[in-house]
Design a protein around this ligand. Structure first.
Ligand SMILES: Nc1ncnc2c1ncn2[C@@H]1O[C@H](COP(=O)(O)OP(=O)(O)OP(=O)(O)O)[C@@H](O)[C@H]1O
Ligand SMILES: [Mg+2]
Length: 643
């Protein structure tokens, strides 16, 4: 493979011994640069850390790198730990941040850190993790940062230069190697010129009709509908399959797949191929008897699939592998399919140009639109990629539509908001001087005076609260504080329970229930199932503790508030820990199977974090066995990765 000029430029900087940030569109070939760093480290006998923002991506990189570098590759993601001292170590950015803050000596041997998808620094909830990792990056580590297209990359690089006193070389690539063509389905018609759509938004062609909304009658233009079958037939007849169809919502993905009942994209030969692939993969991942696997098979056999977070992680993996074979012609999926994972198609379809941004729905950012759209057109196979947006003028204005597809990608903005655990770890290093850290932040570099003051006030509020609760005193961080310093994200709720002696008296079962209640976040309107007496008793106790915590947080003005314990999955975890079959466990709550597994794995992660605290060894034994009771069969993430 001959390197592209931008790849070459980055590689030259790396060879000269510089840290580098690369901003390039989806699918441009950023991985090749990361591989160069890895090869160089292997040749020099040094070590390299690779971080990715989501577990699916870390897992895929683990498999990819393992194929290239064998036993030299390891992975640490909180619920998975394989070959943890390997010279090429993949981890989530959270784990890296924790190691950096704790000044872990093990990092001493690692000379490079690769941050993939570093534009995540702009993520509302998790962005601070990237920022903290960068502020405290050990002096001996060089970094390679890979980013989607961002306009303020020079600003970002100046910040790094300022705080580390070493330049961060910038490499920008604007062009996609495979060009994208944008199309729209609007009022049932296909168009490739945005301007021609404008009529649909103003002088509408169809008849007006009235419908009732509450007590009022609303005038509504009658638009010709966008039909799914018309769209798919159009893509098929113009040779634009395979396609990734992004829809926002799990049910919607499944529903749309069912809508294609009348379609069959595969000939006899291809059917035989995909059937045997499907069966051997299901065998490998223990899915032969799974209902969800037999449910999706009739679709798969015709070249159709869906993929979303509600599915079993193993079944998702099967579908991903089938998709790579290009025998799946249409896949309906949520946005998780968009990130970094090498799953290219010829065409990308947007069901609508909206997305759920953690706590609210909004029209897509331009950056996100192109991240997803960029899945279209695979280098080496397709000469161009196609993007179809289904547009309903009732749902989006013309100006917004234009902003999404023609706007400039948004700047990355600092989301700095150090958690309690971060504050505690900083306090143990810097004491009252911890506020001196703030001027090193991207937040300080980017924001105005007033916002800076507010950020420092936010840190102060947390410190004051930690002092009042006895996590920090004149002597520095207390034992209680040390406990909290290991439990990122759930510091106060769990530490207060620990401090009151409640945690150490729990049975394994209770520890399991508590771990899941710690992490579970019910969907809006989720029904609370009937829970056991044991769980009710626990809820009574934890509610009391939470009341105290949130009262204090409100008084000190801390945001976001600590998360409440939620017991919706307690019947499931009890049954699972008693050894019941997963299919039985599913019947005890209203949640998707993939969701339950994800929460169980997160619970295991919390229990593992407790093992790093200064708690009693006998208590840790109990925690360990609780975690073993949960992490079995289909819930065991390591097991899935080893297959
Ligand atoms: N110089 C090159 N010539 C031909 N193909 C290349 C070259 N560089 C990379 N590729 C191929 O391009 C594809 C996409 O590369 P890669 O996964 O690195 O994209 P990326 O920039 O990381 O995008 P993203 O992470 O946003 O999806 C891969 O299949 C890779 O093999
Ligand atoms: Mg990538």
């Amino acid at each position: 493979m001959k390197y592209d000029p931008f790849q070459e430029k980055a590689i030259n900087y790396i060879n000269e011994g510089h840290s580098v940030i690369v901003s390039a569109p989806t699918g441009a070939g950023k991985t090749a640069i990361a591989e160069h760093v890895i090869n160089q480290c292997m040749a020099d006998g040094t070590r390299v850390v690779y971080t990715a923002p989501i577990k699916a991506l870390s897992n895929q990189k683990f498999r990819d790198f393992q194929a290239l570098y064998g036993d030299d590759v390891g992975i640490l993601t909180g619920d998975v730990s394989i070959n943890a001292h390997a010279p090429i170590l993949i981890m989530t950015t959270e784990i890296f941040r924790n190691k950096v803050l704790a000044e872990e000596p093990s990092l001493g041997d690692y000379s490079w850190i690769i941050f993939d998808e570093i534009h995540y620094i702009d993520d509302y909830e998790r962005g601070t993790v990237w920022e903290e990792s960068l502020i405290f990056l050990p002096g001996h580590m060089k970094m390679l940062a890979l980013s989607a297209t961002i306009p303020n990359i020079d600003e970002f690089a100046s910040w790094i230069h300022e705080i580390h006193g070493r330049p961060l070389k910038v490499v920008k690539e604007e062009k996609r190697p495979v060009p994208l063509h944008l199309f729209y389905q609007c009022e049932g018609k296909f168009r490739d010129d945005l301007r021609k759509l404008k009529n649909s938004f103003t002088g509408r062609s169809g008849k007006a009709y009235y419908y009732r909304r509450g007590r009022r009658f609303v005038r509504e233009e009658h638009l010709k509908p966008n039909r799914l079958d018309t769209l798919i037939r159009h893509l098929e007849s113009t040779s634009k399959l395979p396609c990734i169809y992004f829809a926002f919502g799990r049910r919607r993905c499944e529903y749309l797949a069912e809508e294609l009942q009348g379609f069959d994209f595969l000939n006899t030969h291809e059917k035989a191929d995909i059937t045997s692939m499907f069966h051997s993969l299901c065998d490998r991942f223990d899915l032969l008897k799974e209902k969800s696997a037999s449910y999706i098979f009739p679709l798969v056999e015709r070249g159709i699939a869906y993929h979303h977070a509600g599915m079993l992680p193993t079944l998702k993996e099967v579908i991903e592998r089938l998709f790579t074979s290009r025998l799946i012609k249409v896949i309906f999926t949520t946005e998780t399919f968009a990130l970094g994972i090498n799953m290219p198609a010829r065409t990308v379809v947007f069901d609508e140009l909206r997305k759920f941004y953690g706590s609210f729905h909004a029209n897509l950012k331009t950056r996100d639109f192109y991240q997803m759209a960029g899945r279209a057109g695979r280098r080496g196979i397709d000469s161009e990629g196609f993007v179809y947006s289904r547009v309903n003028p009732h749902m989006i204005t013309f100006d917004e539509l234009r902003r999404v597809v023609n706007g400039r990608p948004e700047k990355v903005i600092s989301r700095f908001n150090a958690s309690y655990a971060t504050i505690i770890n900083l306090y143990s290093r810097f004491g009252e001087k911890l506020y001196d850290i703030y001027p090193r932040s991207f937040h300080n570099f980017q924001k105005k005076q007033r916002q800076r003051e507010k950020a420092v006030e936010g840190m102060k509020a947390k410190v004051d609260m930690l002092k009042q609760l006895g996590y920090i005193d004149e002597g520095g961080v207390t034992r209680k504080g040390e406990f909290a310093g290991q439990i990122y994200g759930y510091e106060l709720p769990l530490t207060e329970l620990y401090d009151q002696g409640y945690l150490e008296h729990m049975s394994e079962m209770e520890l399991g229930i508590l771990a899941i209640a710690t992490v579970f976040e019910p969907r809006k309107g989720a029904r609370m199932p009937k829970i056991s007496r044991q769980a009710r008793q626990m809820r009574h106790n934890t509610d009391m503790v939470m009341k105290g915590i949130s009262r204090l947080e409100k008084r000190y003005g801390v945001t976001p508030l600590s998360k409440d314990f939620r017991y919706h999955l307690s019947p499931c975890i009890e049954a699972w820990m008693r050894g019941e079959d997963f299919n039985k466990v599913l019947t005890y709550a209203q949640a998707d199977e993939g969701e339950i597994i994800r929460y169980f794995r997160m619970g295991v992660q919390i229990l593992r974090e407790i093992l790093d605290t200064p708690a009693q060894p006998s208590f840790k034994d109990k925690v360990r066995s609780a975690s073993r009771l949960i992490s079995r069969d289909i819930v065991d993430a390591e097991n899935q990765l080893r297959r």
